[in-house]
Structure formats: C-alpha cells, structure tokens
Write a protein that binds this ligand. Structure first.
Ligand SMILES: [Zn+2]
Length: 362
C-alpha cells in the first residue's frame, strides 16, 4: 500500500471475505488532509472501496456498500470523523450494487450520480440476487452443461453478503458530462467517463487535496470488467484519470493507486482489445476467444495473468463482440447474463490458481 497514506483503523481479520490471505491491510486510511478511503482487501467481488471527504465539518460519502452490513462496518469505523463532520451528501460512481445498495442508510440526504447511472440502477434487484444465492445451492448439484460450476461460483460469490432488507434508494440528483460541487469551499469535480465499465461511470476528483476516487474504471491487482463498453470510452476515461494532478487514486477495487497502476490497466485493455479482435475476425465465439487468450503464452507472461478473477475476460469479450456488431444472445436479458456467468464460471474451474480460490474449489 502506498506510503503517502496513513492507516487509521480497521478489522483485525487476517483473511478476506473469500478466505484469501490479505495482500494489503484493510480499513480506514487517511489519504490526504481530512480525506479518507475505506479499503477492502483484496478487491474481489463486493470488496468495494468507499470514500469519505470531510469538507470543513460536512462530509461527503463516495459510494455505499453491496449490503447494509458492509456499509455500516465502514460507517462505524468513521464514527469519530462523522460525529464532527456529519455525512450530508453521497456520490455514487456507478450503478453496480456493490457501489450503491447501501444508499438507504443515507435516505433524506442528497445523492448524486450521472443520469446514465440513475437510468441503469434498477437493472438488477437485491431480491433477485438473494434468490440466486439460494437457488445456486441447488444448481451446484446439477452436473449438466456447467450448471454445477455456475451454481458453485455464484454461491461463493454471494455468500459473504446479505441482500435481505435492502430497499433500492435512487440518487436524488443527476448530471451529465461534469459537475463541480463546492462544499464549504472545497471543490469536488465529478466527471462522467462512461459508458465503459457500466453505462454511467463517474470519477470524483479533489484538486485541492490531489486525490481521485476512480470508481470501477480502475481495478488494481484485480481483473477489470467491461459490462457496457465501448472500449474506446473506457480507455478515454482511464486516460483522463491518468493525467489528473493527484498523489493517490482510490480504485473501485484493490489497493491505493497511482498513475502507474492506471497505465497497467490501459495496457491490459490494449492487449485484450487486440487479442480478442483477432479471434473475432476468425469467427470464433466470444467465450472461446476469452479462453484461448487466457491460455496464450503472451497472456501468461503478462502481469495480469496473476490478477484476481481472470475469467472476467469472458464478460468483456462478449461486450467487445457486441460493439463489433456480433448478433446478441437469443436468450432474454437476465438469462443471457446468467449464461455468460455460466461460461465465466466454467473457465474459472479450468484456472486452478485463479483467486478467489473458493469460487472454483470444493
Ligand atoms: Zn462496478
């Protein structure tokens, strides 16, 4: 973890929510004067980093957790700050549940997000994930067409979380392109960089404190995923992030970062773009293209071969193919998504060292 940050406090756990050894220390860090990051190692599924900015006695929260327990854990670690500087504003960087399903704990306060993020926020409901969690315990015993592997993968992904009692709480204010909020004299610049990771990604930048909260356009030590695309927008967002005048960047997942980490992710997308496109031109189906790329010598030599969840390339390959005009799945929306995750799970089971190990090991 970067030395410019100071660890303040955090859980005593020596393992991640998925039982992995910690790659860095989790908890609350001061990353600049009155500016904080809640870091959740190792940045896997739902191990989402959150932010808190104390603007002279009023705090702004960046993102909320995947469930209420995760969000409350962060809030209790920040209690000595928020008693002096209560949270009066929330910003959601994008619509994935692990960045906004804790919003209900801030009901009544203004919540800001891009219009595109707000539009996408109901694409998945907590009760659907709760049903999938319970259903997956049956599916994991059906050894047909990778359904058991899909069941196991989803069950272990969702096991650390509790989606009961979550009321979707929408942002109260939307914006497009860019918005600068001045909170008691502190400028917070929120820039729309999506669509890319999702439809409405945003980056939060504090010029006076030289930090940025990247949301999920930046993963560190964890394989990034592109649900929405196009890749050009994602690359443009990362390029924008890289040129900001900052000492530290808080990624959506993974340890605190600098511009060099942003370059690593740009290199990943450049590699993936070329490698998947070559296979698209050969008429290869996207899941097979992802599998071939992951087992290619060039991929295995690269640093990203050791990143968490390499199998996410299946999702990104499907997104790339869609933008290149490949016909959409004949399955209806949510089923197509499940089928894609089934292909992803099957690949994870063929990657014995891919972390989190629990997702593909009995
Ligand atoms: Zn996300």
């Amino acid at each position: 973890m970067n030395t410019a940050a100071t660890w303040l406090r955090g859980p005593a756990a020596t393992r991640t929510r998925f039982g992995e050894p910690l790659k860095y220390k989790g908890g609350l860090y001061r990353i600049a004067a009155d500016t904080y990051a809640w870091m959740v190692p190792n940045g896997s599924w739902g191990e989402t980093n959150l932010g808190l900015i104390d603007c002279r006695g009023t705090s702004v929260m960046i993102d909320t957790g995947w469930d209420l327990r995760c969000t409350r854990e962060m809030l209790s670690a920040c209690a000595d700050i928020t008693v002096r500087a209560p949270i009066e504003q929330v910003i959601n960087t994008h619509a994935d549940g692990d960045h906004c399903w804790g919003n209900q704990l801030f009901k009544g306060h203004p919540i800001l997000a891009t219009h595109a993020c707000i539009h996408q926020m109901h694409h998945l409901q907590p009760r659907a994930l709760n049903a999938l969690y319970h259903g997956s315990s049956i599916l994991r015993h059906l050894p047909v067409a990778g359904i058991n592997q899909f069941g196991h993968y989803m069950h272990e992904m969702l096991r650390p979380y509790d989606f009961r009692g979550i009321t979707m709480t929408d942002p109260t204010e939307g914006f497009s392109v860019q918005k600068t909020m001045n909170v008691k004299g502190v400028d917070i610049v929120i820039t729309e960089v999506g669509p890319g990771h999702t439809d409405g990604d945003a980056v939060v930048y504090l010029p006076s404190r030289r930090v940025a909260y990247a949301g999920d356009i930046l993963f560190v030590g964890v394989t990034p995923v592109m649900w929405s695309g196009p890749i050009d927008r994602l690359v443009a967002g990362l390029t924008f992030l890289k040129q900001l005048d900052v000492a530290l960047i808080v990624p959506g997942h993974g340890p605190l970062a600098t511009a060099a980490h942003v370059q690593d992710v740009l290199d990943y997308w450049h590699f993936v773009h070329e490698a998947i496109h070559a296979r698209f031109k050969q008429g290869m189906p996207p899941a097979r293209a992802a599998r071939e790329v992951i087992f290619s010598p060039a991929f295995l030599r690269a640093p990203w071969a050791r990143w968490d969840s390499p199998e996410r390339l299946v999702t990104s390959a499907h997104t790339l193919y869609r933008h290149w005009g490949a016909p959409a799945s004949s399955l209806p929306g949510q089923l197509a998504q499940m089928n894609l995750l089934r292909q992803q799970a099957m690949l994870a089971f063929d990657l014995p060292r891919a972390t989190p190990l629990v997702m593909h090991q009995a």
